[in-house]
Design a protein around this ligand. Structure first.
Ligand code: DAK
Length: 258
């Protein structure tokens, strides 16, 4: 029998939906799995018909971390030679918006993958953590940085140094996720949000994502200058002309990603 696919994908209008599919291992992220995720997201990023993406897992686990069984025997040089960071980093470089629809465990690399997305919609059953400390390591795919930027130092230290999990409600309070939805509708809500985004100007979506992400990389003054240049740039697009014309003509805009 052929191996089960590690990811399942579908498109719904202008939205790409990717499901992590190693349910028996709680979607533990093996090198092959993250490679396939990055390849698929890159493909949709280049696809002119896709405007927004959703990543999800199973109801029990978004992903319980990088694959511990795969990592356990590795030497320092093996980890170095495989340079797995490069493939993880590709997820954070996707230009189009990505919504994570998270249920059950989002731990370690699973939480890090989620934090590379732009919006997180959590099921009320979701649990979040960076429990690498239990394994004698620390987060390796940006967890110490992105988790800290999301929740602040006090909570980041509490969670990362103890290995404890946050509930969905805590994650919402701390700003790690943007919404909590009932267990039977979190995915629908994420897809609905992706469709809402997909109705906007696709170029403005990408530029808006780039501008918000810049806030984590620069000073306020430089960030505002960066925003201003991107703002001017959008006045060279047909979508800006169409968006403002449609407003004045009291009709819905017909954006063309041009
Ligand atoms: N890796 C491999 N298998 C895993 C796994 C993981 N992270 N998490 C769960 N599984 C497997 C279990 O071994 C078990 O397999 P079988 O025994 O059935 O064969 C199956 O999934 C079901 O798990 P449990 O029986 O343990 O289920 P429970 O409901 O009792 O417990 C749990 C659920 C999530 C609390 C528990 O499974 C657990 O503690 N899992 C490990 C969580 C964890 O420590 N995560 C952090 C892993 S370290 C890097 C990039 C990223 C990273 C590192 C480097 N580079 C770019 C180089 C990230 C590192 C990590 O994420």
């Amino acid at each position: 029998m052929a191996d089960e696919a590690l990811i399942l994908t579908e498109t719904d209008g202008h939205v790409g939906i990717l499901r992590l599919n190693r349910p028996k291992a709680l979607n533990a992220i093996s090198p092959d799995l993250i490679q396939q995720v990055a390849d698929q997201l890159d493909q949709w990023d280049r696809d002119e018909q896709i405007y927004a993406m959703v990543i999800t897992g199973s109801d029990k686990a978004f992903a319980a971390g990088a694959d511990i069984v795969d990592m356990a025997p590795r030497s320092t040089m093996e980890m170095h030679q495989r340079d797995q960071f490069a493939v993880w980093d590709r997820v954070a470089k996707v230009k189009k918006p990505i919504i994570a629809a998270v249920s059950g465990f989002a731990l370690g690399g699973g939480c890090e993958l989620m934090m590379m997305c732009d919006v997180v919609i959590a099921s009320e059953t979701a649990q979040f953590g960076q429990p690498e400390i239990n394994l004698g390591i620390i987060p390796g795919a940006g967890g110490t940085q992105r988790f800290t930027r999301a929740v602040g130092k006090a909570t980041a230290m509490d969670v990362i140094l103890s290995g404890r999990f946050l509930s969905a409600e805590e994650a919402l309070d701390y700003g790690l996720v943007s919404r909590v939805a009932p267990a039977d509708s979190y995915l629908d809500e994420a897809i609905k949000l992706a469709h809402t985004m997909a109705k906007k100007g696709p170029l403005a979506l990408q530029i808006g994502k780039e501008a918000v992400n810049k806030a984590f990389e620069t000073t306020l003054g430089e960030g505002v200058q960066f925003e201003r240049r991107l703002f001017y740039m959008l006045f060279s697009t047909e979508d800006q002309k169409e968006g403002m014309k449609a407003f004045m003509e009291k009709r819905k805009p017909d954006f063309k990603a041009r």
